[in-house]
Design a protein around this ligand. Structure first.
Ligand code: FES
Length: 71
């Protein structure tokens, strides 16, 4: 799905950006130019970003158990 028509940015590109470590609209704007023309895509891009971040956080395994810090 195209999120930003002006700059031809798809939800797939946003997902790839999140996978590469981006976590904010500022980063998406700077890297992908999302919302830098008419700005009508901002709300949709923000929603896609949030969904991608939620999916990424669910997919991340715990790095270590909480009790490991107490040792
Ligand atoms: S649709 Fe994204 S800047 Fe116009």
């Amino acid at each position: 799905m195209i999120v930003c028509i002006c700059n031809n940015v798809s939800d797939r590109k946003i997902r790839q950006a999140v996978d590469a470590g981006m976590t904010s609209m500022v980063e998406l704007r700077d890297r992908l130019d999302v919302g830098t023309c008419c700005g009508k895509c901002h709300a949709c891009a923000k929603r896609v970003l949030r969904e991608c971040l939620e999916e990424a956080s669910r997919a991340q395994p715990m790095m270590f158990h909480r009790n490991a810090l107490a040792a």
